[in-house]
Design a protein around this ligand. Structure first.
Ligand code: AOF
Ligand code: ZN
Length: 367
């Protein structure tokens, strides 16, 4: 195997390791480090680290601790530029230098202004050979929430749509219809667990009365914040969302006044509020996403309904699209999907496809 192919292979392994803590490192990105050295003529991974749950310690010191003396003269594979700042932990770039690392292979550059380019500079100044940008696009996919929050000052948006075989997302009378099956349902729950926030419109909250929790065995405690767009505070106190607000956070983005009596009632259930501006009864989405980012929340999973999906799409705020297509048709008075597999806007590029029973899931990201 060529040296470049080996670098890519080890970086791919580091990116897989980084995914282990995706969604669990708070406002910090989940980053991984592998320390690799040649032993008896073959490359051997002698240390591995992934950003700890909660965000600290960072990946590098953990990998270096595992490698111990074997780190001297070794290569470090890092999915993100090592940090250069004295934050709550000492700079990882300096830790790599002190450990005697000879070469660093990095994927994504850190846009954090305390780091950006400085991490690499510290390494190079110490005589370490640095290779940047190896599998950068792949690493950036896993870091997308963090990168969007840092570079655009807003949360990253994934829009999930479940579409029937005839391009519908539901019935106009609001009666629930199954579009996708059990395996897809579980996949969606797994995606929820990776997000910081699940978002729906109040119409969907009233109509479907969902829990919006992650109910996969073993992942019950991984339910993100549930956020309802509710301009006039129409969410019923009897809804499941309100009932469970003490167990799983329920946030309501609203334009309702501070003294609106519904506010006190929902607050008594445990709901919290994000004050938002409304234009023609629609909440201002860009500002809301900025507000979430300012609170350290990086990823939003948008689950419905049609009007909310349409608004995010129309405002160019969808970064990633998860499209589930079922084999059933919805006949009669049905709601058209804003997007189907046949009408993907050219701004999106297919990145993966999978089959779940009779459903398929296609994932697109904005180019
Ligand atoms: C690394 N390795 O594993 C991660 C990094 O608040 P602090 O001090 O923990 O710093 C947070 C910043 O650290 C974050 O914005 C990003 O720049 C970097 N994350 N860096 O060297 C890691 N998770
Ligand atoms: Zn660090």
């Amino acid at each position: 195997m060529s040296a470049e192919a080996l670098d890519r292979r080890l970086m791919a392994a580091a990116i897989r390791l980084a995914r282990e803590h995706e969604g669990r490192t708070g406002s910090n990105p989940s980053v991984a480090t592998l320390i690799v050295r040649e032993i008896d003529g073959s490359p051997v991974i002698v240390g591995r680290g992934v950003t700890a749950i909660g965000g600290r310690p960072h990946a590098e010191p953990q990998a270096l601790a595992e490698a111990g003396e074997l780190a001297r003269g070794a290569t470090a594979y890092v999915t993100l530029e090592p940090c250069a700042h004295h934050g709550r932990t000492p700079p990882c770039a300096e830790a790599l230098v002190s450990a005697g690392i000879a070469r660093v292979v990095a994927a994504a550059t850190d846009p954090d202004e305390r780091v950006s380019g400085r991490g690499y500079a510290i390494l190079r100044a110490a005589g370490i050979e640095v290779e940047e940008g190896v599998l950068a696009a792949e690493a950036e996919r896993g870091l997308a929430g963090y990168l969007t929050r840092r570079m655009k000052n807003r949360a990253h948006v994934t829009l999930k749509l479940a579409v029937s075989a005839n391009g519908k997302i539901g019935r106009r009378d609001g009666k629930q219809v199954a579009i996708t099956g059990e395996i897809s349902r579980r996949q969606v729950h797994a995606l929820r667990a990776l997000s910081d926030v699940i978002l729906i419109g109040v119409g969907t909250a009233i109509n479907d009365d969902p829990d919006l929790t992650c109910r996969l065995p073993g992942l019950e405690d991984r339910s993100p914040i549930r956020l309802v767009l509710d301009t006039h505070l129409r969410l019923p106190l009897t809804s499941r969302l309100a009932h469970t607000a003490r167990d799983v956070p329920l946030w309501i983005a609203t334009a309702a006044q501070q003294d609106d009596p519904r506010r006190a009632e929902l607050a008594a259930c445990g709901a919290e509020f994000i004050a938002s501006d409304a234009h023609q009864d629609r909440l201002a989405l860009p500002e809301l996403l900025e507000d979430l980012a300012a609170r350290g929340l990086s990823t939003v999973f948008v689950e419905g309904g049609a009007a909310v999906a349409q608004s995010f799409l129309a405002e160019g705020l969808v970064d990633r699209l998860v499209l589930l297509t079922g084999e059933a048709t919805i006949d009669g008075d049905a709601v058209d999907a804003p997007i189907t597999r046949q009408t993907i806007p050219s701004a999106f590029r297919l990145v993966s496809s999978a089959t779940f029973g009779t459903d398929r899931m296609d994932e697109y990201e904005r180019v």
